[in-house]
Design a protein around this ligand. Structure first.
Ligand SMILES: NC(=O)c1ccc[n+]([C@@H]2O[C@H](COP(=O)([O-])OP(=O)(O)OC[C@H]3O[C@@H](n4cnc5c(N)ncnc54)[C@H](O)[C@@H]3O)[C@@H](O)[C@H]2O)c1
Length: 336
């Protein structure tokens, strides 16, 4: 079934309101989910709506959080999200980081007691629109085995770096440290799809292209010990530093209903002109030099990170959003 994105937005918003989020928080959360659909990150879109609602019903996500922002200096704030839905905590955090950077040049905002916030790049876009560079980190439930370990502990812990480019398409490197992100695995499982064979092992340590077996086993980090090291760095920055859970203690939102997730996030924003006056000119020159390189056979364009998602977003905006029968049924039940 296909549905207009505005209609789906209103439906998702009303479902969140039915689950006791206030209208403003429901709007923030619904917009983040629809954006994930529009950029093609289906594993982080409405396929997660039921999970958020289940966790709200079980009081593991607080629909009426009392979010506290502790200002530490002109640049630094620490947010206690009171187990709010992650979208709301992240929205407040990036806005606070932007405000700090506009005033002092740098924004450094840590968040604890949060939950899954979706796509880091979505928040990066907000900072870039204000002409700021940004770096964003969040940890996630165990999915990836640390290099040399037999058991998952790190999350797919995305690393996000974004900068204005001097043109309308931002540079946003927003990547999981696993070969496949967990949302894609869950999406494949729900839709009976296969996954590539080199991205995960089953619980016996054998490569598998079956997403169900991969979810029971371990996901592989990008680039071996290097990816494992990056995952660890993200766990330290977003978990150890912020007061959030870390070292494998973040609960899986789909499977573990024994307590809130207490995910940590870190939002860093800074002005582009801290050290040079002509950043715009320099970044344009940088991108131009990369793009002008001779290309390998079959490659039409050397793209910078974020370009593909921007194109997909613009294209999808004109189309209706496709939802599966399973999701349609879930939406009907949640809206009752
Ligand atoms: N909240 C969480 O717990 C959590 C955990 C993991 C991932 N995520 C999110 O999931 C999303 C998807 O992650 P992913 O690892 O699947 O991303 P991906 O593999 O789709 O893309 C990774 C990066 O590579 C860039 N890219 C892709 N194709 C390219 C090309 N041909 N040329 C140049 N650059 C290219 C993309 O723009 C992106 O910046 C991210 O937004 C991430 O924040 C969230």
């Amino acid at each position: 079934m296909n549905i207009k994105n505005k209609k789906l937005l209103n439906l998702v918003k009303s479902i969140f309101v039915k689950h006791k989020l206030n209208s403003y928080h429901a709007d923030i959360s619904a917009k983040a989910l629809i954006n994930a659909e529009l950029v093609g990150a289906y594993g982080h879109g409405i396929s997660r709506l039921k999970m958020y609602c289940d966790r709200i019903k079980k009081n593991l996500i607080n629909p009426k959080p009392r979010i506290k922002i502790k200002k530490i200096s002109r640049s630094i704030s620490h947010i206690d999200a009171d187990n709010s839905i992650g979208f709301v905590a992240a929205d407040i955090a990036i806005k606070t980081a932007i405000e700090h950077a506009k005033k002092s040049g740098l924004g450094f905002v840590a968040v604890k007691n949060s939950s899954h916030y979706g796509l880091s790049g979505y928040y990066a876009e907000q900072a870039i629109k204000k002409n700021l560079i940004t770096m964003i980190y969040t940890n996630a439930p165990p999915a990836v085995a640390p290099h040399g370990a037999l058991k998952s502990l790190f999350g797919t812990n995305p690393i996000c770096f974004g900068t204005p480019t001097g043109n309308k398409v931002p540079f946003i490197l927003d990547t999981s440290i696993s070969k496949i992100n967990r949302g894609k695995l869950r999406f494949a499982e729900r839709n009976f799809l296969k996954i590539p064979k080199d991205v995960a092992l089953d619980k016996f340590g054998k490569p598998t292209n079956d997403p169900k077996r991969a979810l029971q086993g371990v996901q592989l980090p990008i680039a071996g010990f290097r990816g494992s090291g990056l995952a660890w760095m993200v766990d330290i920055l977003s978990g150890v530093l912020t007061g959030g859970n870390h070292s494998g203690r973040v609960k899986d939102p789909f499977e573990d209903f024994t307590g809130p997730q207490n995910i940590g996030h870190l939002f860093i924003t800074f002005k582009t002109n801290l050290f040079v006056k002509d950043y715009n000119k320099r970044i344009k020159d940088n991108i131009k030099r990369v793009k002008q390189l001779p290309k390998v056979k079959g490659m039409k364009e050397i793209m910078y990170p974020g370009q593909n998602k921007y194109k997909r977003y613009k294209m999808n905006l004109k189309k209706e959003i496709k939802i599966s029968k399973i999701i349609k049924k879930e939406l009907e039940i949640l809206n009752n």
